[in-house]
Write a protein that binds this ligand. Structure first.
Ligand SMILES: NC(=O)c1ccc[n+]([C@@H]2O[C@H](COP(=O)([O-])OP(=O)(O)OC[C@H]3O[C@@H](n4cnc5c(N)ncnc54)[C@H](OP(=O)(O)O)[C@@H]3O)[C@@H](O)[C@H]2O)c1
Length: 342
């Protein structure tokens, strides 16, 4: 009999990739979402859908009861663990998406509170799952995710796999960071300045690699926390080279010492110290093998992005990108040209 998975947030980048991976592996899948985005092509014909809001706990529990696998892409705070507490004994395996930003630096800071190089978290390279996470009453994203993880692990008997992705890339992304390079290529920019000599490394996560971890956790329920990133982690220079190569374009990358100057050289992966996660535990625990490297998987994200903006202004199509990542400042070509001329 086919195994059944429920995906909370199934039309998003991780939900869509996981649905496809599970369907290809013979699972039946129900995609739950509020109905505010179109269903991903390729999943439409094969998956069932449920329109609900995750805030409606009774509806979520009713939908998930009896499933072999529940993937929750929509848990952000300790209170969100409550529905999983109600599912103990009624589901085979639960996978909850957390984040790489839960790690606390050896200098006591973390990503949300860092303001620059001085207080940027100092992390071992690579970071393993045993490393300390944020413990704080801070209401920020990372502190609440870390508290969510503790709340999930405190639920007796819950077969929960917590996954910590880095900067996710793939089709259906609401915040495609690669637009930084794609637009420059389309605009014919011949020189692309990169702060920190292009050496910044912030672990990336192909949605198909996270989906493979979801599938394995569905097959092997357990109580565990696992990093969920591309291995090896590319530098930003390698990310830029991969995006341009996929587009069949070339440009000179100008490698600037130090932090961005008046925004020039800044980019969405700019970090003064590496945030690079280990994948040893996933290999040991689940015999995980990645679907592909960053280089091998980035093309589908780029193609999807090009398609998504074909008939639309990128700011309207990706409003979160323009506000959340400061993308409105990414393309100040005048400032860039002035600095490069010096
Ligand atoms: N983006 C990153 O780089 C990154 C990095 C690390 C971790 N994460 C984690 O990844 C998770 C997000 O996954 P994702 O990137 O795949 O999300 P996503 O692409 O933004 O998709 C969100 C999905 O959830 C649905 N949804 C949103 N609010 C809902 C609600 N209240 N009730 C029911 N459905 C709802 C959306 O469809 P509707 O809008 O139609 O409901 C959509 O299907 C989060 O837990 C985040 O912390 C993200």
């Amino acid at each position: 009999m086919s195994r059944h998975a429920v995906i909370l947030g199934g039309t998003g980048q991780l939900g869509a990739a996981s649905a496809r991976t599970l369907l290809d592996d013979g699972w039946s899948v129900t995609i739950a979402h509020r109905g505010e985005r179109p269903l991903p092509s390729g999943v439409l014909d094969s998956a069932a859908t449920a329109i609900l809001d995750r805030a409606d706990a009774d509806a979520v529990v009713d939908l998930c009861r009896g499933a072999d696998l529940v993937l929750d892409c929509l848990a952000f705070a300790p209170a969100d663990a409550a529905i999983h507490g109600r599912l103990v004994g009624d589901v085979g395996s639960v996978v909850v998406i957390s984040t790489a930003s839960v790690y606390r630096g050896e200098n006591g800071t973390w990503l949300d509170v860092a303001t620059g190089e001085e207080d940027f978290p100092v992390l071992p390279v690579p970071v393993t799952e045993e490393h300390a996470t944020v413990e704080s009453d801070d209401e920020g994203y990372s502190a609440r995710k870390a508290a969510l993880e503790r709340a999930l692990l405190a639920i007796d008997g819950l077969p929960v796999t917590i996954l910590r992705p880095g900067a996710i890339h793939g089709p259906h992304s609401p915040a495609l960071r690669e637009w930084f390079f794609i637009k420059r290529a389309l605009d014919g920019r011949e020189r692309i300045p990169l702060a920190h000599r292009g050496e910044s490394r912030f672990s990336t996560s192909a949605s198909v690699n996270v989906a493979e971890l979801v599938r394995l956790a569905g097959e092997r329920p357990g109580r565990r926390v696992l990093n969920a990133v591309d291995d090896p982690a590319p530098t930003v220079l390698e990310i830029g080279q991969a995006v341009l190569a996929h587009l069949g374009r070339s440009a000179e990358f100008v490698l600037l010492d130090g932090a961005p100057v008046d925004g020039v050289g800044g980019h969405p992966w700019a970090v003064p110290r590496p945030v690079v996660l280990s994948m040893e535990a996933a290999r040991d625990e689940l015999d995980y093998e990645p679907v592909g490297s960053h280089r091998a998987t980035i093309g589908s994200a780029v193609d999807w992005m090009l398609d998504a903006v074909r008939d639309a202004d990128w700011r309207e199509r990706f409003p979160a990108l323009a506000t959340r990542y400061g993308a409105s400042g990414w393309f100040d070509y005048d400032a860039e040209d002035r600095l490069l001329a010096r």
